[in-house]
Design a protein around this ligand. Structure first.
Ligand code: ADP
Ligand code: MG
Length: 728
């Protein structure tokens, strides 16, 4: 067997589970022990400083320098007590991950020794060189500085003895260079707009927070096998590989018992996650072999996003302790399920009411319906933007496959809500209602049963599904920063809520009673957003036809989908809600185009390497063996050898055909890339890559996968699907 594959397999098969002991404590006793949370702040901060931080979290205000100095003192003391030696501003630039630049706490004293120092200035702001982060042209080369500023709504934490301070990252001229800055703005917009609507129903509501509960899917592959695959190492996905005879067709992986090596990985992850205050709640096997899921309890959206980024980071590290590599790619293996990151979203008031949860009384249900129809309308109006927020080179391979939502955005609400909405649509009219009609309507609205939470009424094929007290955006990719879709969703909903309120107020001004005005606008919104509602099977062929009839968009090209960020409607939406300026949107879109180009460029180079340097030589070697064999047979048996050699000669020809095709196509692909690279405009280059380069990946793979089926197993250089997916 090709040596590298042989040794990798041997190593993987002999692996033992790492022994991870749970701490000798209850979870509640060490949960958040590495987080500078309320409890720790209370202990380490003066009363004044504590009150100041709490107020700035509540109001979203900046913290002044004097206060920052006081907080820095407390934070430093806490961090040193836990053995921290370094601190860093922790932020999410426009790459997929997070960034950190560590500085030690030490500072020289007058007498030549050192002390641990950390000031309010260092806490509040840092000035990292921004020149090596993607900026989409915002940052001029002569002004490379960017700065990071503390976000007190996300608590500091200690990781690897380093105090990490969550921060925003902006250019020196004030434009956002990260995901957090616009997210905070979007959350602020939806807070303001939602609070204004709540005033119709409950004056005690002064703040509304978006909640996010993400479900993170991932694959674990043994380290030795992973490292023997150049495609996994460089691209996080397999570019070649014939499907294994057994994959997921028996449905015997989903929710099945968790293998020991995996469960010991999960245990360590939970322990480390709990220390960092991440409320991990659920773990299970997913559908595909070697695919798993981790899900925490939902949290305030900004914190949930940080926790998702943080957990992905520690998962990578912990996987290594267990001699695994973790894969967050959306479609690492053809023919088996890909990985998503479902985003469960709702709006929750400071009084503890979930605005997307139907209540028992007509009044609360009127409030619920207002928020529901605004959300539906937001999804309808900004379907293109929602799609733009979740597409990527990786997710393009997953979406529209038989297990993931299609690229047509629609919303599922379930039988009962559908009936309710249909009923309201036909019954409430613009004319004044009689008192009887009003009572009847109120009674009916009051009847939305709370059993909606029951899981039976669920549609797992919908990209955006109402699940009883929240919406689940299921099209988000596993590797994505969930901030992007959350920015779009919260901004779009904020705008609808504002429009909703304006319409209601207009009617009230005209003398219509408040409740009736609200009903009229609810009805208007039901009618406007009707086309986005779909209860059937979103994976089906019929839905594609039906969606087309309805005029819903279905954009399968990633670049065309990304374009929606800079459409007139999108720019208007973002600018009106002060989430992005036009310049920021253009820059961000540019980064997305470039990212696509680079991903495909890397995949195409790696595939060329595998094809030419690993597969073709193997095929030729095997072919030579066959040729020698045929020659030998002919020597021995002369004309009588014909029958014996016929099949072998056909195989020799087949090998030649595939290797010739591979070589020709690799050459063509490389030339196509060269032409694409001459394009100066990012969008043009990315589009060219999507149209011209991408198809080669599948064409070349086709021939390689055919070769895998006919070449001697012993000679094949790459770990096969049956090995990658079933060794654990
Ligand atoms: P399923 O796989 O059935 O969709 P999971 O239990 O895997 O469900 O995940 C559900 C996620 O939804 C969890 O993160 C949970 O905390 C979250 N969630 C529950 N209620 C809300 C809510 N009101 N708002 C946002 N997220 C929620
Ligand atoms: Mg789940």
């Amino acid at each position: 067997m090709a040596q590298i594959r042989f040794f990798a397999l041997q190593e993987a098969q002999n692996r033992q589970p790492v022994n991870i002991e749970y701490p000798n404590k209850r979870t509640s006793e060490y949960f958040g022990s590495y987080v500078f949370d309320k409890r720790n702040m209370q202990e380490y901060l003066s009363q004044e400083a504590f009150a100041g931080v709490m107020e700035s979290i509540e109001k979203g205000d900046k913290i002044d320098r004097k206060l920052a100095d006081q907080v820095a003192v407390g934070m430093k003391a806490w961090a040193l007590d836990l053995g921290a030696t370094y601190y860093t501003h922790w932020f999410s630039p426009l790459t997929d991950g997070t960034a950190e630049k560590h500085d030690a706490f030490i500072q020289f004293t007058d007498t030549g020794g050192v002390i641990e120092a950390f000031s309010g200035k260092l806490l509040a702001q840092q000035e990292p060189d921004a020149s090596s982060f993607p900026s989409g042209g915002i940052r001029n080369t002569f002004e490379a500085r960017g700065y990071t500023a503390w976000d007190p709504t996300s608590p500091a934490f200690i990781l690897d003895r380093t105090l990490c301070i969550p921060t925003i990252f902006v250019s020196y001229t004030g434009e956002a260079l990260d995901h957090k800055t616009p997210l905070l703005k979007a959350l602020n917009a939806v807070d303001k707009a939602a609070t204004a609507i709540c005033e119709y129903f409950d004056k005690n509501v002064t703040k509304v927070s978006a909640a996010l509960g993400w479900e993170q899917e991932y694959f674990l592959v043994d380290e030795a096998l992973f490292n023997a695959r150049p495609d996994l190492v460089a691209c996080d996905r397999t570019l070649v590989g014939h499907q294994s005879a057994k994959n997921q067709q028996l449905d015997d992986q989903y929710f099945s018992s968790i293998p020991e090596r995996i469960s010991s990985f999960m245990r360590e992850l939970e322990i480390e996650g709990y220390k960092l205050g991440i409320p991990i709640k659920t773990r299970h096997n997913e559908v595909a072999p070697n695919q798993y899921e981790v899900t925490p309890i939902y949290e305030e959206c900004n914190l949930a996003v940080d926790h998702n980024l943080l957990i992905m980071d520690i998962m990578k590290k912990i996987a290594r302790h267990h001699k695994f590599r973790i894969i967050f790619h959306e479609k690492p293996f053809q023919e088996v399920n890909g990985s998503g990151k479902h985003n469960n979203w709702s709006l929750i008031t400071n009084t503890g009411v979930n605005l997307l949860s139907p209540g028992a009384k007509p009044k609360t249900n009127m409030q619920f319906l207002s928020f529901l129809v605004c959300t539906l309308n937001a999804v309808y109006k900004h379907q293109d933007l929602l799609r733009a927020s979740i597409v990527s080179a990786g997710n393009a391979l997953r979406l529209g496959a038989n297990e993931a939502p299609p690229l047509i955005i629609s919303a599922f609400v379930g039988n009962q809500i559908t009936e309710m909405l249909d009923d309201l649509e036909t019954r409430v009219t613009d004319k004044k209602m009689t008192p009887d009609e009003k009572t009847e309507l109120k009674l009916d609205v009051g009847k939305i049963p709370e059993i909606l939470l029951d899981n039976t009424d669920r549609n797992r094929t919908s990209p955006f599904a109402f699940t009883g007290n929240r919406f689940e955006f299921r099209a988000v990719g596993a590797s994505a920063n969930p901030a992007a879709p959350m920015i779009v969703l919260n901004t779009a909903v904020a705008q609808e809520l504002k429009d909703f309120k304006r319409e209601v107020d207009k009617l009230i001004e005209k003398g219509v009673k408040k409740d009736e005005a609200i009903f009229q606008v609810i009805r208007e919104f039901i009618i406007k957003s009707k086309k986005i509602r779909f209860e059937g099977n979103s994976y089906s062929e019929e839905w594609h036809k039906e969606a087309k009839k309805r005029g819903l968009s279905n954009i399968t090209n990633v670049i065309e989908a990304i374009d929606a960020y800079t459409s007139k409607t999108s720019v208007k939406l973002f600018v009106a809600n002060k989430v992005f300026s036009e310049k920021e949107l253009e820059a961000r879109t540019e980064v997305r185009y470039d990212n696509f180009t680079k991903k495909i460029q890397i995949e195409s180079r790696v595939l060329a390497h595998i094809a030419i340097n690993q597969i073709v030589p193997t095929a030729i070697e095997y072919q030579t063996r066959l040729i020698n064999n045929v020659k030998g047979l002919k020597e021995l048996f002369g004309d009588d050898a014909k029958e014996m050699t016929e099949g072998r000669i056909a195989l020799i020809k087949e090998l030649s055909e595939h290797t010739s095709s591979i070589k020709a196509k690799v050459k063509e692909m490389n030339n196509t890339r060269k032409i694409a690279n001459t394009k100066n405009i990012s969008r043009d280059k990315a589009y060219e890559y999507s149209l011209k380069v991408v198809p080669f990946l599948a064409e070349i793979r086709y021939h390689i996968d055919k070769l895998e089926r006919v070449i001697d197993n012993e000679m094949w250089p790459l770990p096969k699907y049956s090995e990658l997916l079933f060794t654990r």
